[in-house]
Design a protein around this ligand. Structure first.
Ligand code: 9MR
Length: 467
């Protein structure tokens, strides 16, 4: 794949590492608890998430490999075995042996499976590469129907479409034979997958979309459009292939949050980070924490087990060394998981109800608030031509039951979308009110919302009015 350097985002205020998004149904787990889990899967499960890895069928007989796989991970993605070239080597003749092997080993170890990938410009069989137009479109839908039907009931989520957007700043679709069949090929793929396996979560998956940039915004706009028009999409995968040209940026959390606010789950799907030692460990920690801070970020998958298993082994990008020993990056990822985060409301158990973040012990009618009110601060990620603002609303010394934040945008700036709030106005003086689930904020507690815009974002301290 092309790995052109991602555009650097100017982080006016770094909020990703420390901010915690308190979204619907989210609770905070205490850090450093004595019952900290000792494997990646168990630790992720404690917050309602999974921790997965890419798996190669031919390595399952390697005992070092399979011991780590079955000890640490509760989700697997076939690295190559469910791709078009593997599953349909000649037209309408299907081959599932290696994919089935991974599914059956996963089932016998209580691991779920992310199917990867139904429609992709790469790793197509030769016969598909030479098709075009309606012949290719029919071949694609036939492929999706057959493969998704074969695995029906066995797949947690499918990467229905993989890597359909171009790198760089164009925000355009990637040019490919599939794209040449018509711009609707992606939604046709999703509708076909839904019809074949209605229970599988359907994901769009891509790389260089981890932070906020032109490519991720193009994907965001597509997902938003799909949700508006009822095209079936349940999740967005962010591959997370990082190296020095394409480093972990501070806005991953904000990017995950803006997609989640569209009503989809978000997942880190192919995480690997070139490097070693403390620098690599710190990067792993920050990616894990970004996911934990977003309630709908419901899982992380690393793209292989040992460094030697990686598609780019010389970058030593994984959590285990060539001998299967845990690296510093493993410990950093596990510690980050054990530090807790927002629980995932789509998979969490009932004990994680929002009532835990909204204690109702103070009754304003009998105990008037000492100091009503709230304050707000803004964290800004600004790039040339656009920005994302994250606003933190903090209650005063008494619980508040609603809030409105006033922001003055500089001339020429405009709000294009927002999350965890209802916006009034889009330029000049804009006000943001709480939504149903984040109006109640306990004394001295905080909640966050955000918005994206064009132009230059607001830098002045916002006003906050409480109810
Ligand atoms: O890890 C996969 C490697 O074994 C294959 O040779 C390669 C072929 O394209 O695909 C690798 O996995 C890719 C994944 O399917 C999609 N995102 C990028 C991954 C790394 O290239």
């Amino acid at each position: 794949m092309n790995r052109s350097p991602r555009r650097r985002v100017l982080a006016a205020t770094l909020s990703a590492a420390s901010a915690v998004l308190v979204a619907s149904g989210a609770v905070l787990l205490s850090a450093g608890n004595a019952n900290a889990a000792t494997t990646l899967g168990a630790s992720a499960a404690a917050t309602g998430r999974y921790f997965g890895t890419a798996v190669a069928a031919y390595k399952l007989s390697d005992s070092v490999y399979s011991t780590i796989l079955n000890r640490e991970f509760d989700m697997v993605t076939p690295e190559n075995e469910m791709k078009w070239d593997a599953t349909e080597p000649s037209q309408n003749s299907f081959s599932y042996t290696s994919g089935d092997q991974i599914v059956s080993q996963a089932q016998s170890h209580n691991q779920r499976v992310r199917g990867h990938a139904l429609a992709w410009h790469s790793q197509q069989p030769g016969w598909a590469q030479s098709l075009s137009g309606t012949a290719l479109r029919s071949a694609m839908t036939n492929h999706i129907t057959n493969v998704a039907t074969h695995y029906k009931g066995k797949i947690y989520s499918w990467d229905v479409v993989n890597e359909a957007f171009a790198d760089g700043t164009s925000g355009a679709r990637r040019s490919s034979n599939l794209q040449n069949t018509g711009n609707d090929w992606i939604e046709v793929a999703f509708r076909t997958a839904r019809a074949a396996d209605p229970a599988a979560k359907l994901c769009y998956n891509d790389y260089n979309t981890d932070g906020i940039n032109a490519k991720s915004t193009a994907v965001y706009n597509m997902v938003s459009d799909f949700k508006t028009r009822g095209v079936p999409i349940d999740c967005v995968g962010f591959q997370g292939h990082f190296n020095s040209a394409s480093p972990v940026t501070s806005d991953i959390q904000q990017n995950l949050a803006r997609f989640a606010a569209l009503g989809v789950d978000v997942q880190i799907t192919e995480l690997d980070i070139a490097g070693s030692g403390t620098a690599q460990a710190t990067s792993y920690s920050s990616v894990v924490k970004a996911c934990l801070a977003v309630a709908r970020c419901n899982g992380i998958t690393v793209w292989g087990i040992r460094d030697s298993d990686s598609w780019r082994a010389s970058d030593t990008p994984l959590l285990f060394d060539n001998s299967g020993n845990k690296k510093a990056s493993y410990t950093a990822a596990l510690d980050a998981l054990n530090s807790g985060g927002t629980t995932n409301p789509t998979t969490s158990v009932p004990t994680t109800s929002p009532t835990t973040v909204l204690p109702s012990t103070s009754n304003p009618t009998t105990s008037p608030p000492a100091t009503a009110g709230c304050s707000a601060t803004v964290s800004l990620n600004q790039w040339s031509g656009g920005f994302v603002a994250t606003i933190k609303v903090t209650a005063g010394s008494a619980k508040i039951n609603g809030w409105t934040v006033g922001v003055t945008l500089p001339s020429g700036a405009a709000v294009t979308n927002s999350w965890n709030t209802t916006a009034s106005g889009s330029s000049g003086a804009v006000s943001f009110a709480n939504v149903s689930y984040n109006g109640s904020v306990n004394a001295a507690a905080s909640t966050e919302f955000g918005f994206q815009g064009t132009g230059v974002g607001p830098s002045a301290t916002p006003t906050c009015t409480a109810r």
